[in-house]
Write a protein that binds this ligand. Structure first.
Ligand code: PNS
Length: 179
């Protein structure tokens, strides 16, 4: 059984990694599918997001990391994956995930084996953690010179350093252009 674990991962959080660790106990193989959406302006490039993810799955032989664009159901078909793994943190997540899962199930009917979404509830320690929260705290924190150790409650030290480089580079650029 192969599952896709799709997302923007901008950046990957400890919540994502917890789901992945639990997912490998359920599925034989997991493909972490990183959305490359040319219409969106993510903080990290797709290559940076893939590098961050790869650094965490090196010791997980049944986990691969790949970029995709366009329809997730199409990518699942190409990869011969019949399952999508997603996490649920809250009621708001349910409202966001249910139509997506219904749509993916219908789109997946084009392949004879179908496409099911499997949800895992998030560990309560990460119920409030999102990539958006991490980006917001890092942006404001680095601008005001905080002790970035606090970010390690939400992301790995590797990702924290990527955030530090990104925001310090952005701050230097703003200073140069007088922003
Ligand atoms: O981490 P995110 O941003 O919540 O992940 C959302 C994601 C990337 C899984 C979803 O937006 C997606 O797969 N987009 C690609 C287009 C698609 O297939 N959408 C679902 C059916 S309409």
């Amino acid at each position: 059984m192969t599952a896709l674990f799709p997302g923007s991962f901008d950046p990957v959080t400890l919540g994502h990694l917890d789901l992945l660790k639990r997912g490998v106990k359920i599925f034989d193989n997991i493909i972490v599918a990183v959305l490359h959406n040319a219409a969106k302006q993510p903080l990290f490039t797709v290559d940076e997001r893939i590098a961050m993810l790869k650094s965490h799955v090196e010791c997980m032989p049944n986990v691969q990391v790949q970029a995709y664009s366009g329809l997730l159901a199409e990518f699942a078909n190409k990869q011969k994956a019949r399952y999508i793994l997603r996490g649920i943190r809250s009621e708001a997540d349910c409202a966001y995930e249910l139509p997506m899962a219904q749509a993916n199930r219908q789109l997946g009917q084009a392949s004879e084996k179908g496409l099911e979404t499997v949800f895992l509830i998030t560990d309560p320690a990460y119920a409030h953690v999102s990539s958006a929260l991490v980006r917001e705290a890092a942006a404001a924190g680095y601008a005001s010179g905080f002790d970035d150790k606090v970010l390690e409650q939400w992301v790995s030290p590797y990702v924290k350093n990527m955030l530090k480089n990104k925001y310090n580079a952005n701050l230097n650029l703003q200073k140069q252009i007088g922003g």
